[in-house]
Design a protein around this ligand. Structure first.
Ligand code: GLY
Ligand code: MN
Ligand code: MN
Length: 466
């Protein structure tokens, strides 16, 4: 946890921003895996962590914008719990540790909400809550506020969403330090796995190693590990293939610190430790795009523009290989290059690996000025807005030869003026490559966060062969 003044200041700002009424911020509950007592590892809600910092399950935070008071409501544990868990701090003690003076039971919360006379059913809704992403929290809100389960998302508060986005988008120095801690663990995950990427090993051995390294850093992985010799599938969670010479291995993995700040790193390496000519050619194109994004990222530019700058570098590289043809501006304007990268350049990262995605991506990555494109590829960009100092964002270009997509575009004649489909046939067995760094927007540019993880062809070959 940060010091309690951090949480006090964040809540003060949120009350001021939202202005009136009450704000309800639910913590998470335990989530059963295969029977109630066998749970997944507990993951606290990120908004709750941001404003209250506490890791215990079943807590509910309330901010009263009118009185300026903050509350934590939860039932204390009794001896039946304590014999299984050991001694635990009371709700009052937990609340005090993050500067909250007012506490109550869940029954007290019911009474508080009734007495406040606020209701989501007023046209000027003065009960503010975020769209719940877990069924148990959605049900709890419905019961508390007297609205149907199905109607709960409809009344989520846009002023609250936007106020949370404003605060959480700008990372403080102490948050950056946590993210860099997560990247230090990701360094161990990636460098260790690179050295294991030899023919005869199975993907699950490397994925398992990475998960162990994450827990050695005292946190879980930040999303299910992607470890695949079929990197053409963007989020491939199958780990059953045997590593074979001639395949590129895509490793997209990160971890969370004990405070749940994330890393999200991708490296792609040749099985066996030596790039062949085709692998080196495609890798260098993707690396050039990753470096171009770092070169141009600065306050005031939109991430849509950065995506486009990286896309030009990719398209230029494919032109030189004979895969694309024609005028570079036309290729990029028509999205012909997106056949080989059907995703966006990156997303915000912080307490969530896709930061704040539960608020609705459009509310996080876009604003009144920047709207999502409806073009294939660029339309999948999770964050397109103008950058500000303090944003942490991923830079993750890739190249994917997806046979079914190539066949579809060829059949439909999509961008046929710019794509040499006959040449592309030769690449259909290649797989994919992605390179991903986490970058901080600074006052006059950007900085790649964390200890540098081998990224050039020479660095990767040297690491894999040492
Ligand atoms: N790990 C998923 C992503 O890079 O967005
Ligand atoms: Mn990733
Ligand atoms: Mn990412």
């Amino acid at each position: 946890m940060f010091k309690k003044e951090t949480y006090i200041a964040r809540r003060e700002q949120l009350r001021k921003d939202v202005g009136h009424g009450i704000i309800i911020i639910q913590g998470n509950h335990e989530a059963p895996c295969n029977y109630p007592d066998n749970t997944y590892w507990f993951r606290q809600d990120s908004t709750f962590l941001y404003f209250f910092g506490l890791q215990r399950e079943d807590l509910i935070g309330v901010l009263d914008c009118d009185s300026g008071k903050d509350f934590i409501f939860a039932n204390d544990y009794d001896i039946d719990d304590v014999i299984w868990t050991g001694p635990l701090p009371s709700v009052r003690e937990l609340a005090a540790s993050v500067g909250v003076e007012n506490t109550g039971t869940l029954a007290d919360l019911d009474k508080f909400v009734q007495d406040s006379k606020h209701s989501v059913l007023n046209s000027q809704s003065a009960v503010h809550y975020l769209p719940p992403y877990r069924a148990d929290n959605r049900r709890q809100l419905g019961v508390l506020l007297g609205i149907d389960y199905d109607a709960v998302p409809r009344y989520a508060s846009m002023p609250l969403i936007l106020a949370c986005v404003r605060q959480r988008s700008i990372k403080s120095d102490e948050e950056i330090a946590e993210i860099e801690k997560a990247i230090a663990t990701a360094y161990n995950m990636h460098v260790g796995a690179m050295r294991m990427a030899m023919p005869g090993r199975y993907e699950y051995e490397l994925a398992g190693f990475m998960q162990g390294e994450a827990w050695k850093g005292n946190g879980p992985v930040s999303f299910p590990v992607i470890m695949t010799i079929h990197g053409e599938t963007l989020h491939n969670h199958n780990h059953n293939h045997k590593l074979e010479l001639g395949r590129m291995l895509v490793m997209d993995a990160g971890c969370e610190t004990a405070m749940n700040y994330c890393s999200d790193i991708t490296r792609s390496v040749p099985v066996g430790g030596k790039f062949d000519d085709r692998q080196r050619a495609i890798y260098q194109i993707v690396l050039n795009a990753n470096l171009e994004a770092i070169r141009v990222t600065r306050p005031g530019i939109t991430y849509q523009e950065v995506h486009t700058a990286a896309s030009r570098v990719l398209a230029q590289g494919y032109k030189e290989l004979g895969i694309l043809r024609g005028n570079l501006d036309d290729i990029v304007a028509n999205g012909a290059h997106s056949l080989l990268m059907p995703h966006g350049l990156g997303h915000m990262m912080g307490l969530d690996v896709h930061d704040m995605e539960n608020y609705g991506q459009i509310n996080v990555g876009y604003d009144d000025e920047t709207r999502p494109s409806n073009q294939f590829g660029l339309g999948s960009l999770r964050c397109g807005r103008r950058l500000q100092p303090g944003f942490v964002i991923t830079d993750e270009p890739g190249c994917y030869f997806i046979p079914a997509l190539i066949d579809q575009w060829r059949q439909q004649g999509t961008n046929k003026d710019y794509i040499n489909f006959d040449e592309l046939e030769k690449w259909k067995d290649f797989g994919g490559i992605r390179i991903e760094d986490d970058i901080l927007v600074t006052a006059d540019g950007c900085r790649v966060l964390g200890k540098p993880i081998p990224k050039t062809v020479a660095e990767i070959e040297a690491t894999m062969n040492s």
